[in-house]
Design a protein around this ligand. Structure first.
Ligand code: MG
Length: 390
């Protein structure tokens, strides 16, 4: 068999996509879903160049859209400061591409403030094992400076589980302990969502997900305020943004490869999502319809008509509907006037319009007994154009 070239493969994929994902295909928007199923009006996912994974000897590279908080350069200490008021330079040190806690110097915090994020960092507890329980290789990652994902050398070192490495300290123990031996690098991949309150009411508790060395240890764990030592914490709002803090707990813990990617807003705070409130969905549908109408204004003929009809699946608009309906009448008149062999040259358009009308009548955007639909169906039947089912 002849091997398909890359070009023919690409063309096949494009054609398949055009057939499968175009308008008038999946179930239309509804009261809480602003998009149709398989909707090509949705934005394509942003392109991100992936980074590489770390080895024990070498940190990996971050993805292209990551904001680097510490990538191994000495001057990156300038992105951090002592966690004091007023702020002052930190005494933590950068040596051999590694950021190291200087015991007794205090927490450090980023100058940059942010909130919901994907955070990656790597840490290493001292290879010379000293102390036990909470006294061995203790540090901590404080998201927004508010809630601690514990850093602790728990390798053969039991402690209270809600204070174990990757616990949400004082709130939830990790699901597993996948730590490597002290001195080795451990990776934390964290997904953080802050709590959202409105008028004193909790709309979303906030969540933390953690992978330690690739193993899931916090599975979308809901927050209960900030957690903490000995005291039961209560749910509370966080500020809009805050610094990332790293803890000085008296042990010279080392860090490398610290970066984050900000996360988009959740639906509850006005972000786009598959499922939204009815109010947000109505507003979003109106916006999508407007974009489609603007696109239609740049088109002509059948393409314009179909795009206008597509827009009414999102929001009613008398002008768009009347305009498209007039164009449909003209289209059918033209089909009527196209005789004999010439009809074949309109096959593509006729099938496409008939497909749209089937969809629009099925989902009641147009009346079921639409005359234009009957006419086109009759032409398709007479010409035997209906694709044969295998
Ligand atoms: Mg700690």
């Amino acid at each position: 068999m002849k091997r398909p070239t890359l070009q023919t493969l690409a063309l096949t994929l494009l054609t398949t996509a055009a057939c499968a994902d175009g308008a008038f295909y999946g179930d239309p928007p509804d009261a809480t879903h602003p998009w149709a199923i398989h909707d090509m009006n949705r934005a394509q996912p942003a392109r991100v160049e992936a980074g590489s994974f770390s080895s024990q000897n070498q940190p990996g590279t971050p993805p292209s859209d990551a904001i680097i908080l510490f990538g191994g350069k000495e001057d990156e200490i300038g992105k951090w400061q002592a966690d004091k008021q007023p702020a002052e330079p930190t005494k933590w040190e950068v040596k051999n591409g590694v950021l190291q806690c200087v015991p007794g110097s205090g927490y450090i915090r980023t100058k940059e403030e942010f909130a919901d994020c994907q955070l990656h960092l790597e840490w290493s507890a001292p290879s010379k094992v000293e102390g036990n329980s909470q006294g061995r290789g203790n540090s901590g990652v404080f998201l927004m400076g508010q809630v601690e994902v514990q850093v602790l050398d728990n390798y053969n070192n039991p402690t209270y589980p809600d204070g174990s490495a990757s616990s949400i300290y004082g709130i939830n123990p990790p699901l597993a302990n996948p730590l490597r031996a002290p001195g080795e690098w451990q990776t934390y991949d964290i997904v953080f969502r802050r709590p959202i309150f409105k008028d004193g009411k909790e709309l979303d508790p906030g969540y933390i997900t953690v992978f330690v060395n690739g193993v899931l240890t916090q599975d979308h764990t809901p927050l209960e305020g900030g957690g903490g030592h000995m005291k039961r914490s209560i749910r509370r709002p966080f500020p809009d943004q805050g610094p990332l803090k790293l803890q000085d707990h008296g042990n010279p813990v080392r860090y490398r490869n610290i970066w984050y990617r900000p996360l988009p807003k959740r639906a509850i705070e006005g972000g786009d999502a598959s499922h939204m409130s009815e109010v947000a969905t109505t507003a979003k549908r109106a916006k999508i319809a407007q974009t489609i109408r603007e696109d239609a204004a740049k088109l002509e003929g059948t393409a314009k008509m179909l795009r206008l009809f597509e827009s009414i699946c999102y929001a009613q608009n008398a002008d768009a509907k009347n305009n498209a309906t007039r164009m449909l009448t003209d289209f059918v008149t033209e089909v009527h006037a196209t005789q004999g062999d010439k009809i074949e040259s309109r096959k593509g358009d006729i099938l496409q319009v008939a497909k749209a009308l089937r969809y629009l009548t099925k989902f009641k955007f147009l009346p079921e007994d639409l005359e234009a639909k009957k006419t086109l169906e009759a032409v398709i039947k007479a010409q035997d154009w209906e694709p044969k089912k295998k």
